[in-house]
Design a protein around this ligand. Structure first.
Ligand code: SAH
Ligand code: SF4
Length: 353
């Protein structure tokens, strides 16, 4: 049980946990169901608004429980699209970012699972921050609650593609996804929840063995181990062959296709040879291939030219067998809200103080 300033953090608790907690403080277990719905289905963050709960218990909640884990520090709206980047302050004065993207009938929210990341992919701004700590379930869920309470379009999809490596905070990420999926919570379909991993092999295996029904995305980002070793040091531990093997297993057991993400970077992994290699690597693999043109941040990596992107795609299409190709242009480029651009910058702090 998480305690902060002698209060109990109930945001993030699952249904049974809330029921047990209610009983332990002299309430019925039914109160636990009511609390679950007030917090996750209705997004209410103050006890005095929980109208079907007795005044006595509302007072108790006020005094003893924490119902909200983050505070908005800054919201930046893109001028180009319906994309908003939120910077949240946590109770320990750390910061995380969340991105809301609305496009036609789709509202996708990209959420963070850790503060920083220690997987250390060379091209990723979050990786450059280093690792600070894992987020709690409450902090993960509150990102979605905030967006739902503040953006009119109903949320249709949630992706664990913000800051951090979700599979290094596995249990909390899975429990948060459970709250998103639960009909008494967010009631989002299981295929509307995607978890993206850099390739933490034992956790991918666990995810498959546990028959988790959420969508799985794996960041491949290279067509051979030499390149992947260089840009993603984690490849030295778990290589391309191993992650593709598990990806295949996921596709075959779940009748859901695994998605491989491939961030295209100029002069790194965007050559004709790389395209041919990638096509043969995925030959006959039941998967989706998501090509993401690199979003530039402060580092040395660059987005490929339009021509090399097209040449690359042409080769993939010509050799296509078993996989589907999608190109994902990140939203919110003008506000640094794209994939891999999430980093809490010191300059924010000076801008707003
Ligand atoms: N840690 C997880 C999820 C967060 S990153 C993972 O690595 O999968 C989400 C996606 O953004 C990953 O596919 C990653 O390879 C990609 N990415 C990282 N930096 C990027 C950048 N600057 N431009 C485009 N995509 C980037
Ligand atoms: Fe971490 Fe993903 Fe960035 Fe790699 S790409 S450093 S795993 S957030």
């Amino acid at each position: 049980m998480m305690v902060q300033n002698s209060k109990i953090v109930i945001k993030g608790m699952g249904l049974t946990e809330l029921q047990t907690w209610c009983e332990s403080v002299g309430e019925t277990s039914f109160r636990g169901i009511q609390l679950y719905e007030w917090m996750y289905k209705k997004g209410v963050e103050r006890a005095d608004k929980m109208l079907n709960i007795s005044q006595k218990f509302r007072n108790y909640l006020d005094e003893h429980a924490i119902l909200s884990t983050l505070e908005l520090e800054l919201a930046t709206q893109s001028k180009l699209e319906e994309t908003i980047k939120y910077l949240f302050r946590l109770k320990d004065n750390q910061f995380i970012e969340t991105v809301s993207m609305v496009q036609e009938n789709r509202h996708t929210v990209c959420i963070s699972s850790q503060i920083g990341c220690n997987v250390d992919c060379d091209f990723c701004a979050t990786g450059k921050m280093g690792f600070i700590r894992n987020l709690s379930i409450g902090e993960i869920v509150d990102q979605l609650i905030y967006v739902r309470n503040n953006v009119e379009s109903p949320i249709t999809n949630v992706v664990f593609m913000g800051m951090g490596e979700p599979f290094l905070n596995y249990d909390r990420v899975i429990k948060s996804a459970g709250i998103f999926h639960n009909p008494r919570g967010f009631n989002l379909g299981k295929h509307r929840i995607t978890i993206s991993t850099a390739g933490i092999l034992p956790k991918i295996k666990q995810f498959i063995d546990e028959e988790q029904k959420y969508k799985l995305a794996i960041s491949l980002n290279a067509s051979n181990d030499d390149v992947r070793d260089n840009i993603m040091p984690i490849n030295k531990k778990w290589n391309i062959r191993q992650i593709i093997k598990e990806g295949k297993r996921f596709s075959s057991l779940k009748r859901r296709q695994v998605m491989f993400e491939y961030v295209l970077m100029k002069g790194i992994n965007d050559s004709i040879e790389n395209a041919i290699e990638l096509a043969s690597l995925l030959n006959g693999v039941d998967c989706k291939l998501n090509i993401i043109p690199y979003n530039e941040s402060d580092g040395v990596y660059q987005r490929p030219t339009e021509k090399s992107l097209n040449d690359f795609l042409n080769i993939l299409h010509a050799n296509q067998n078993g996989y589907r190709i999608l190109v994902r242009w990140s939203k919110g480029q003008d506000i640094e809200a794209g994939c891999g651009q999430l980093i809490y910058k010191e300059k924010f702090a000076t801008d707003i103080n």
